[in-house]
Design a protein around this ligand. Sequence first.
Ligand code: AHR
Length: 500
Amino acid sequence: MEKTKIVVDKEFTLAEIDKRLYGSFIEHLGRAVYEGIYQPGHASADEDGFRKDTLELVKELNVPVVRYPGGNYVSNFYWEDSVGPVRKPRLDLAWRTLEPNDFGLGEFAKWAKKADTEIMMALNLGTRGVTDALNLLEYCNLDADSYYADMRRSHGRKEPYDIKLWCLGNEMDGPWQVGHKTAEEYGRLAAETAKAMKFMDPSIELISCGSSTGTMDTFPMWEETTLTEDYDYVDYISLHSYYGNSANDTEDFFASADDMDSFINTVTCACDFVKAKKRSKKTMKLSFDEWNVWFHQIASDEDDMAKKPWRKAPHLLEDHYDYEDAIMDGLLLITLINHSDRVRMACLAQLVNVIAPIMTETDGKAWRQTIFYPFMQASCYGRGTALHVVSHGGTHSTSKHENVTDIKSAAVWNKEKDEVTIFAVNRHIKEAVTFEADMRSFEGYRVIEYTAIEGNDMLAVNDADNERVKPCEKTDWKMDGGIFSTVMKPASWNVIRFGK
Ligand code: AHR
């Protein structure tokens, strides 16, 4: 049996993790909003029409920030239609959907408060520009006696919403985007928008649009060109990436988590190159504000959108996640933790019904997909100081990847709680691996919980009545002289918590 040995030492600190690494995303897309978080008349709806069953699961996930309202949707979004007493139905060109605008900015802010989460607001830089961004910022954040702040008050909201995080558009490099731009066009627009927004409210943080994925032809020149324009005015650059197993090659699917490492490394290099070019003292932060597995429904969704008339809240992007998707999301979470010095924020895309950990039945309950659990465990136990894990062990090759470590792991030390958590995945799909962790620098710590998602059926799924895939307690481990050891089953997600 192959063996992997890691050293987890309190001296090897990587970064204080920003809790916003465990963010998520709600887009006006499919049934994310309508029937997802908002459904007046549903048995579990509260006085605002929010589904309490969904809210409970969102709170279980412990999501500190939620991006809103898109995604591709935002590039043709007119925020004025979604506030105040008269709502205007609109055609959403991104998802070929009829948007009634019953639920808008004010409703989302109320929901976010109930969900105990911060808002990351995305701006339309597709069909709109500097003026509209300023108007929206004034509506949301200003306390002055000014036109849009007055408008907010007239809509019943006296206090500003005080939204701190703003995305300067969405995937503006993508030809599918309404108002798609070249890097030069976007760089200038982002710089001028950012500059003016910070004139109005210097307390905000701005996210410049990076490439839609690391495989775009324009990557990473997009980053270089756009940052050359807006570097001085923005705080983050975004990364988006989705992963899938459409080739039905599970080993290579798991190996592709390493593509996320390469993507992050290249974006980091592009940022630092522009920093050097500008002789800047500022280090650009990364916001990985769309990541997940997404492939199950892509073909049928495209077909559906091409054939169906304009509809409200259609079933779109409702990927039904299976066992191996949960393991893959675990690998992606490990990758994010291991880059938390530069990746300060990230958003699991998305949160409810649309490529989501939470699903809702129209007339029934809300339930947890397989991917719910790795995210919940990382979000709950992955807070504190990320540690550099020194790892020695076996590697393997897959159809498209070489030097793939059998075990991919991360460790987080929560000093306040006196806890250390190791997250580890055995990426072998057939072989168990002996795993040893040298924890000697954490004197007096013992194992307080070891749970794992293990199984043989890569295609097992959860549904409203059955949770077939979830973490279970593991008892076959040893702790001897500060050395923890166990055998990790093939294709397993492992969470080992140590405490005093
Ligand atoms: O999350 C689904 C879509 O994926 C988003 O709308 C878009 O930004 C990305 O391409």
